[in-house]
Design a protein. Structure first.
Lengths: 489, 190
């Protein structure tokens, strides 16, 4: 699809920002587009305590400002429940809290004014909901970016309650702190950085003066498409349920792709991939520079319609930085640097992947799948799949469709490594697939002739996305011995 | 149905039950009458499952129940949690759901483990831990006794702490992975 912007070359660090594993992606049917966690708009659908899994009503989240963890401190509680409220009276008079209230009073009218002029388009957010912002009204948390974006100049000047600058200010330490430190008997008497870091302002230096803190609640999120505001994810009411009322994930729309390099034992269950995808592979295969390797890509179709897939390798814009890894002492001339470290051959013709059928889900045995012999164009010669005895006959070929099984098609490709190639064999691949759209045909139902023509010219839809394929690393010949040693370890 | 190669085992080492459970002869299964395996569950060699640590009292007692498509990795120790309550020492049953993989050399004393849970290698899951559905515990994590892991949480560290939420499709991924693993776990005659 032309709309898809061309992603950066996969060997640049910035590439990881534009690719995500397929299973973390969403799909908006309305926009016919893939959405990721970074771009969706979120809203909290419920809060729960991560410690006791109690589902906290939103109203009490606002009123009680979260829950407490108890600790052995010199505070006596009158009753065992509602510790937050019992401690609140100390807290309400704390200077940092008064300051926060003042900040809220100051910003809330401003935010309201700007958000009404900006409309609902403002969807920037942070997934990490801080305890304080959770407690503050959600409007405040969500719309602060609007303030900075908007009429910055019109803001009246905010004056703090207390002047914080200077040694006498809150939490500024000074001579008093130094004195405490001098008479310290154990390092545990000082409250640690972790204990003080997350709190808003001044925390006591003495560990024994620390107050129990609230455990931030966790939340379940509803996710919406940033463009059309349609809901992509809507959790069930129960916080601990893993079912969803609405769940539009990309894995149900885009074919899953996995890669295998038959020569190496370490099969990386390399990524199921999508427009955005990340290389989550752990075990890396290694390849020797100057050789040619076959590899296999398996495409699994999640759709109920068969798809026609076409693959294309994105041409690399070459720069010296692309191929020279940091630290590698390449004294080769520029001409050599310009040459790509590898060349990938993929079948250029479109191939089909059969439709997904529920029945395949239930069958665990392998033998039931009827392999369409006519469609089995090429046989593998590398003996990578021992289950296929057919490879004995037929021409030995590695590029093309190797195997079709249920809703999975395995295709073969080939990668030729240049003699002084180095680094990861990683390339961007454009995957385009065509399928029959669900849009209802005109009422031709009664007329078989019209139906057949409709079938001949079905309403086809094409969708494409980029993905990163990582085949492994090139080992220069001179490093071979050390690599062999490393592999034995 | 990926391209991953099969995991072979020597046929004589494993006992396969009618329901497809595969139990290594080199695993220690104490008190088998108190252990329930859901089917298509693999217990690897060197694992220790203490079904003998049962509640005091008479009658039949289920000590450890495992669901379908589970994996107890090599060298794992699975034993029921215990405590002294009102002066009486007692063991308490452990329940593990379906599609739960426990990595090699982990020690599990949880009270409840939900379905679609992944536990890494070398973990220690403290007594009476409750792990909800679709949670994932990273390798080498130590969960404190009585801790709770919410659904779809990814936990890591010692002591184990919540890191992030897992994607909404975790259930499907884990289910297909555990099924694929069972299918790849094939006997080799020798």
């Amino acid at each position: 699809m032309s709309a898809a912007p061309v992603p950066p070359p996969p060997n640049l660090p910035s590439s990881s920002a534009s690719f995500h594993p397929l299973h973390t992606l969403y799909f908006c049917e309305e926009c016919d587009a893939v959405r990721c966690n970074r771009c969706v708009a979120i809203e909290v659908s419920g809060y729960y305590c991560p410690n006791c899994l109690f589902e906290v009503p939103s109203a009490s989240v606002r009123a009680e400002r979260n829950r407490w963890d108890s600790a052995e401190v010199g505070i006596t509680f009158e009753k065992p429940t509602g510790l937050a409220q019992q401690l609140q009276k100390f807290e309400d008079s704390a200077p940092e809290f008064l300051e926060f209230e003042r900040l809220k009073d100051f910003f809330e009218p401003l935010v309201r004014a700007t958000s009404s002029s900006h409309g609902p388009g403002n969807t920037s957010h942070s997934t990490h909901v801080n305890a304080l912002t959770t407690a503050a009204s959600s409007a405040l948390a969500r719309d602060i970016p609007g303030v900075s974006k908007g009429s910055k100049d019109d803001l009246p000047v905010y004056r703090a309650r207390v002047e914080v600058s200077g040694a006498s200010g809150l939490g500024a330490g000074g001579d008093g702190d130094a004195d405490i430190m001098r008479h310290l008997e154990s390092p545990a008497d000082v409250s640690g950085l972790e204990q003080r870091w997350l709190s808003s302002w001044a925390e006591p230096l003495h560990a024994r003066e620390l107050k129990p803190i609230r455990i931030p609640l966790h939340s379940r999120l509803t996710k919406r498409c940033p463009a059309c505001r349609h809901i992509l994810i809507k959790p069930e009411q129960k916080a601990q349920s893993v079912r969803y009322k609405i769940k539009l994930v990309a894995a149900n729309y885009l074919p899953a792709i996995s890669v295998n390099l038959p020569i190496s034992q370490t099969t990386r269950k390399s990524m199921s991939i999508a427009q955005k995808e990340d290389d989550g592979s752990t075990g890396k295969s290694t390849m020797i520079a100057g050789k040619t390797y076959p590899f296999q890509l398996s495409m699994t179709n999640p759709l109920y319609d068969p798809i026609q897939v076409r693959l294309a390798v994105q041409r690399q814009q070459l720069s010296a930085a692309d191929e020279v890894g940091p630290g590698s002492n390449v004294e080769a001339d520029n001409a050599k640097l310009r040459r790509p470290p590898f060349a990938v051959t993929l079948p250029s013709t479109a191939f089909s992947v059969a439709a997904f059928a529920e029945a395949w889900e239930y069958e665990d045995d392998e033998e039931m799948f009827g392999v369409d012999d006519d469609e089995l164009l090429v046989r593998t010669g590398n003996g990578a799949s021992p289950s296929k005895e057919r490879s004995a006959r037929g021409k030995v070929k590695t590029v093309g469709v190797l195997e079709k099984k249920a809703n999975t098609t395995v295709i073969g490709g080939e990668v030729v490594l240049s003699r002084d190639g180095r680094g990861d064999v990683k390339f961007n691949m454009l995957v385009s697939y065509t399928y029959r759209s669900d849009e209802p045909q005109d009422d031709n139902e009664g007329d078989p002739k019209a139906r057949s023509t409709a079938k001949a010219v079905p309403e086809m839809k094409t969708f494409s996305f980029y993905t990163v394929v990582n085949l492994g690393m090139i080992v220069p010949k001179e490093d071979l011995t050390s690599a062999a040693n490393a592999m034995e370890m | 149905m990926g391209l991953q190669p099969p995991v072979y085992y020597i046929k004589s080492e494993y006992i396969e039950t009618d329901t497809g459970n595969k139990v290594s002869r080199r695993a220690t299964i104490a008190g088998p009458q108190n252990i329930i395996l859901g089917g298509k569950t693999i217990i690897a060699s060197g694992a220790i499952i203490r079904g003998d640590l049962r509640r005091t009292g008479t009658g039949h007692a289920v000590v450890i129940s495992l669901g379908r498509y589970c994996l107890i990795g090599e060298g794992c120790v699975v034993r029921p949690p215990y405590k002294t309550y009102r002066g009486n020492f007692n063991y308490y049953p452990m329940k593990i759901g379906d599609h739960v993989h426990i990595g090699a050399n982990s020690v599990v004393e949880a009270a409840t483990i939900g379905s679609h849970v992944e536990i890494g290698k070398n973990c220690i899951i403290g007594k009476f831990t409750i792990i909800k559905d679709c949670a994932k515990i990273a390798d080498n994590t130590v969960l404190m006794p009585n801790s709770v892991v919410p659904a779809l949480a990814y936990c890591f560290g010692s002591p184990g702490q919540f890191v992030e939420d897992l994607p909404e499709s975790t259930q499907e991924i884990v289910e297909s992975e555990t099924k694929a693993y069972y299918n790849r776990f094939q006997a080799l005659e020798s």
